[in-house]
Design a protein around this ligand. Sequence first.
Ligand SMILES: Nc1ncnc2c1ncn2[C@@H]1O[C@H](COP(=O)(O)OP(=O)(O)OP(=O)(O)O)[C@@H](O)[C@H]1O
Ligand SMILES: [Mg+2]
Length: 239
Amino acid sequence: MLEIKNLNVWYGAIHAVHDISMSIARGEIVTLIGANGAGKSSTIRAIAGLVKGAKGQVTWTGKDGRPVQLLGRPPEYMVKLGISLSPEGRRILPQLTVEENLMLGAYIRSDKDGIQADIEYCYRLFPRLKERRGQKGGTLSGGEQQMLAVARALMSHPDLLMLDEPSLGLAPILVEEVFATISEINREGRTILLVEQNAYAALRIARKAYVLETGAITLQGTGAELLENPKVKEAYLGG
Ligand SMILES: Nc1ncnc2c1ncn2[C@@H]1O[C@H](COP(=O)(O)OP(=O)(O)OP(=O)(O)O)[C@@H](O)[C@H]1O
Ligand SMILES: [Mg+2]
């Protein structure tokens, strides 16, 4: 579904992502783990069309089976294809209500019934958001804002949902809840690319995983393999 070959990201003279290659098959959860500054967000943002200095091949094959090159296309084009990103750091609109934020995630759609059904779907996944549907985004707790960011990304009804550190700053109990929800979203047919620093939780739900270190992929395998890998254990799982 998504094939990344020799992706490089430059910010001026800074070479943030070095020649990485990854593949994501339809229906999979794939995770990209790595420390602060490893290049995780740069990778996922490049795929979403948000980084100007990205070079390489990112090939998307949609349901019609026709491959298209993504690099150099605007973010709206990605959304139309069925690719959606929940960005790092709770980028919701603080002045708008929960429901208005969700509606914004559906901005490219015009199927009113479908949008309403997806709002209900988000409220089923995150009952907390339903209780607070009329509350301003900025007054939600950090964890609730995180849930809203994930829910909003779902509102474009994506085939591929990309999540940038959905567990960032959450209490352990909420981390579990969010990861269970990610698994559920996947079971209902969506492919997921999950960027995480919480390696343990991410590897447990991922079919396939890549480890990124200073911009390069240093290890890859199934989630189960990497959970048992001594290097991963030492560097990311606390020994
Ligand atoms: N807009 C930018 N301009 C210049 N350098 C940038 C920019 N964005 C990211 N970088 C640099 O690129 C490198 C990779 O950053 P990136 O945000 O991709 O890392 P990350 O793996 O997502 O880290 P974190 O876990 O802290 O979010 C870092 O050294 C960062 O300083
Ligand atoms: Mg990041």
